[in-house]
Every structure is written in C-alpha cells, then in structure tokens.
Design a protein around this ligand. Sequence first.
Ligand code: GLA
Length: 382
Amino acid sequence: MNDYRLVRFLAIAPLFFLLSCNRLQKPVEKTNAKDLMTIKKDYYGNAGDSNVYLYTLKNNKGLEVAITNYGGIITSILAPDREGHFEDVVLGFDSLGGYLSGHPYFGCIVGRYANRIARGKFELDGKIYKLATNNGPNHLHGGEEGFDKKIWKATDIVKSDSVYLVLEYTSPDGEEGYPGNLDVKVTYVLNNENELKIYYEAQCDKPTPVNLTNHSYFNLAGAGSGNILDHELMIEADKYTVVDETLIPTGELRPVENTPMDFKNSKKIGKDLDQVKGGFDHNFVLNNKGKFSKVAEAFEPISRRVLEVFTSEPGIQFYSGNFLDGTETGKNNKTYHKHYGFCLETQHFPDSPNHPEFPEVILTPGEIYQHQTMYKFSTRKE
Ligand code: GLA
C-alpha cells in the first residue's frame, strides 16, 4: 500500500467499523403481512467473542415469545389473561448477563442427556463412559457445559401461517464425555392459535444416548408474582418412576392412584406437596403410548390462564421449583423464591442408559432422533 492509500484506508476504516457495529445493534424485523406474524432479531450481547441475538416471535393475537440463540433459552412468553392483559409467564432475566452468570436452567434447551445419569456412568457396546458428576453423585442435564450454555446457529423464517426459529448445534465427539459427533436441530414454531411447537432432531456418527428437552419455568400468574401452589395441574399418567434419595429411578414404575402423585384429575399443586419429600421432582410415565397428544394441563385461577402440554415423548418431569431459594433476581427486579415456578419437561426417563427396561435412548448412526412438544396458551371462561 502506498502512503496515499494507507492514509485513505486509515481515514475510512473507523467509518466501516461504526457501520458494522450499527448493523449488529440494529433490530431486523421480518413480517408476514397477511397473518400479521413477525419475527424480530435484536443484538442481545456477547458471550465470549460471539455475538448473541434475541429473536422475538409474535403472532396476530399479540402472543410473544422471545428466544436467544445462547442455550436456545426462551427468555419470555407474553400471554394474555381472560381480560386480555398480557403478562410474562416464564422465569428468566432481563439481559444476557443474568444467563451468563449461572442459573437453574431457566428456559433452555437441555442436552445431550436431559435429567440424571446415575454416578455419571453408563456402559455402551462393552465400554464404560464417564461423565461429569455435577449434581451430588450424579450427572445432570448434559454436564458442566451442556447444550444450555452453547451458542446455536439461528435461522429465522416467516411462513404463511407461522414463524420459525431454527437452532442448530454440533456437539463434538467426546464433548462432556459423550461418544460421537451429534448434529442437533431444535425448531421453535409459533402460530396464530397461540401454540408454541418445539421440534427436536438429532443424528450421530457413533451410538450415543440422547434426551433433549426444554426447561421453561412457568408461572401463569406472571413471573415473580408469587408461588405456583394454587395452580391446578393435570398429568395424563397412570404411573411414575420411583426414585432414590438422589433422584435416580430405582426401576419401579408405581401407580399414582391413591398417592400424592395422582394428577389424573386436576388438583392444586400445593394440595399434597407436603407429603412428597423435597417437593415434586419426578418423571411421570405418560399414557400417550408414544403418540403426539395432550399430556398435561395447568390452570391459574385468578388470571384464568391455561397451559396445555402435548408431546410424543414417553415421560414428563414435573418439577415444582423446589431448589429456587430467592437467590435469583429475575426480570423486573423480582426475586424467585421456592415454588415460584414449575417445569413440565417432556423427556425419556431419567437414567435410561442404565435401565434397559426403560424406553430406548441410544441413537445409532443412520437413525434420526425426533420428537415434538407443544405448549398451548389459552384462557378459561368460567
Ligand atoms: C430438573 C431436575 C431438578 C433440578 C432442576 C434444575 O428439573 O429434575 O432436580 O435439578 O432441573 O434446578
């Protein structure tokens, strides 16, 4: 470069820098004019050297779901009550910083294996695999740095009747001790029926256990407004997996009938909670026989908001927010105390790699791991 060119380059370089920053910070919105559905992309912050974005999906009823490509976290869901007042019904933080500094899996995609694997060990094709023991003696939610802490490649799509956020991540062979490369795709879809669908897909190049879920904490009265003990809950499950004191299944599938675990008829979450040591944190064996169908419904009597859960998965972890202890300051400076949120994590059974009698969780090369879950929001009239 001669002197003249160098001077010219130095003069315009800052301009290019400013322009690119501006492009980074500037929200980009795509609209489907006919059905008034939008998806907006905002710069959300940085995780290390990577830019992180927040995608806001909105339908023609005004229901809004915000998702970041950091951990695939659903950061907010604005849903109407019976009077049409919108409230954020999931726990989380106001900004990326809250998620980066550690949290109990608010809203995220959990993997490679959601829930627990006893002693962080399993045997596959004669080989013992060792995983992190990050939950007492056990492995939980994919280990030290599970899918909840990864930056996912994001593609936003507007279709005629729905808006899509496609998230992709390749988990390398050996990551967190798991065998084989795993290509994962999670697609969030919002439509005008106030349905948020989540499609999970994965493919591997070596046999590996896979169990993916979303870990949203719901409070249908509004995040941070109080506890969820008056929510009424129904779960379509005749049985649950009995666990030991470290929450590992013993292998027994016990009928829920005449026990505090019976949610076949809707009842208040708080009704029998005291009879369950530590609170609800159990896998329910769903009656859906692997078919995509309604498996749970939660109802909040004051706002009259309803959340219905549909899935093709064989189990659901109902967790009553037992470990929330007021140390988390969430959105709008609200503090999340014990039982301020509940999770309905659709899944395969915990510790399945060590329970050959449970539905299969080993994915083999050439197979496609696939399942679908849907959260549907509505209100009850009377
Ligand atoms: C899951 C587990 C709970 C707890 C939460 C995160 O739901 O089953 O025991 O670990 O995640 O705090």
